[in-house]
Design a protein around this ligand. Structure first.
Ligand code: SAM
Length: 178
């Protein structure tokens, strides 16, 4: 259910994920997982529903983007963290790139997060794919980066969604009621 009243929530990425995690019940989709902090935030906040995580992890593209190999995640570490936190039954890793969209087009989610590659046009492609399958709210991280400008422009041009900042670096795109 899309909200008639759009909340004016303020907080950093993890506070924002906690907020939308509590607000809706159902499945969540994220692009960009690394060590699982964002996925775990939603899993803890939301007692029911699966968290689908799209991330190739052991990849070179991310390393080049940040010039720091330690910034990328590794599947063994991520899996160990998810098991340690007790969410192996609800956090599902899809270890691949977000393009082409790796899930069936009919698979829907109540909420989403875009936090994968931050180089244009990839965030815009992630938006184009995710806005077709998410019913309520999509969180965006690093909206202050130049690579997000195309993505943010695309959202602002879409009359079905309303973009609201939650901090200098984060925003929520809210699906408007029809
Ligand atoms: C900033 S980290 C994600 C951090 C995570 N959301 C958190 O808050 O804990 C970005 C992740 O995006 C992944 N990534 C980079 N390009 C990607 C792509 N094209 N598709 C999916 N994931 C990608 C990287 O492997 C990396 O783990």
């Amino acid at each position: 259910m899309s909200p008639r009243y759009i909340p004016n929530f303020q907080g950093n990425l993890y506070a924002t994920l906690d907020f939308i995690g509590r607000l809706y019940t159902g499945d969540h989709i994220e692009v960009g997982t690394r060590h699982g902090a964002s996925a775990l935030k939603v899993a803890v906040a939301r007692p029911l529903g699966n968290i689908y995580c799209i991330d190739p992890l052991e990849n070179q593209m991310f390393n080049q983007e940040y010039g720091n190999a330690s910034e990328t995640g590794h599947s063994a570490t991520l899996t160990a963290i998810i098991e340690r936190e007790g969410f192996a039954d609800r956090i599902r890793l899809i270890q691949t790139y977000s393009q082409p969209w790796p899930l069936p087009p009919e698979q829907r989610f109540v909420t989403g997060l875009i936090d994968g590659c931050h180089i244009h046009p990839v965030p815009m492609w992630d938006w184009d794919a995710m806005c077709k399958v998410v019913d309520n709210a999509i969180v965006l991280d690093n909206v202050d980066l130049p690579g997000l400008i195309g993505c943010l422009t695309r959202i602002r041009m879409n009359p079905e969604w309303l973009l609201k900042s939650t901090s200098k670096r984060t925003a929520i795109a809210w699906k408007l009621p029809l």
